[in-house]
Ligand binder design. Structure first.
Ligand code: IMP
Ligand code: MG
Length: 184
């Protein structure tokens, strides 16, 4: 399948190997995930913490599909640098400033690859006495040797390729694409 002229304009001429999830497919699944989260938390304070920068588009669409009060915060971590594989070195660049005690926390992540990023964050946030701690990931490659047991909401089981778009980057490019593509 060849890359469309519209996509080439968005990527600056770089062809994509394949579009894995188009914009409509993503919107439909994210809406369902919002409904799942709405149902899962009938009461209590709910705080979604987006892991930047990858979760930015997912977070923005997900909160709009949640039909109950919800607060938003963000954390910034860096794990890849400009590589296509996880360095294993998870750096916390910006921490949530909201008091998590007694709140239902949902960590919002773009993709689970090795699972290292989330395992590190779950350990950190668990110490802050939340009422509960769950993970919502848009994509799960299902190759993590120790997937976090808090993983509760998953959008898609992704192929083990290097994906870009809808928040996912390669060396900071392609986050703005409205679809998710295989870069190789
Ligand atoms: P993990 O710690 O190995 O699970 O890596 C998770 C982080 O790596 C994600 O939040 C992404 O930022 C990044 N990542 C993992 N797989 C991909 C990919 O296929 N494309 C772009 N970024 C990825
Ligand atoms: Mg990244």
């Amino acid at each position: 399948m060849s890359t469309s002229p519209e996509t080439l304009r968005r990527t600056g001429g770089k062809p994509m190997k394949a579009i894995i999830y188009d914009a409509a497919t993503i919107q439909q699944r994210v809406t369902e995930m919002g409904q799942e989260i709405t149902k899962a938390y009938p009461e209590g304070d709910l705080l979604l913490i987006g892991i930047l920068k990858g979760s930015v588009l997912f977070m923005a669409d997900l909160v709009r599909a949640i039909e109950r009060p919800v607060q938003m915060d963000f954390m910034v971590v860096s794990s890849y640098g400009a590589e296509k594989s996880s360095s294993g070195n998870v750096r916390l660049l910006y921490d949530s400033s909201i008091d998590l005690a007694g709140k239902h926390i949902v960590l919002v992540e773009d993709i689970i690859d090795s699972g290292r990023t989330l395992n590190r964050l779950v350990a950190l946030l668990g110490e802050r006495k939340p009422a509960s701690l769950a993970i919502a990931a848009l994509l799960d490659k299902r190759i993590a040797p120790e997937p976090p047991k808090e993983l509760r909401f998953v959008g898609f089981h992704a192929p083990p390729a290097f994906l870009v778009g809808y928040g996912l980057d390669f060396a900071e490019a392609y986050r703005h694409l409205p679809f998710i593509a295989d870069l190789e």
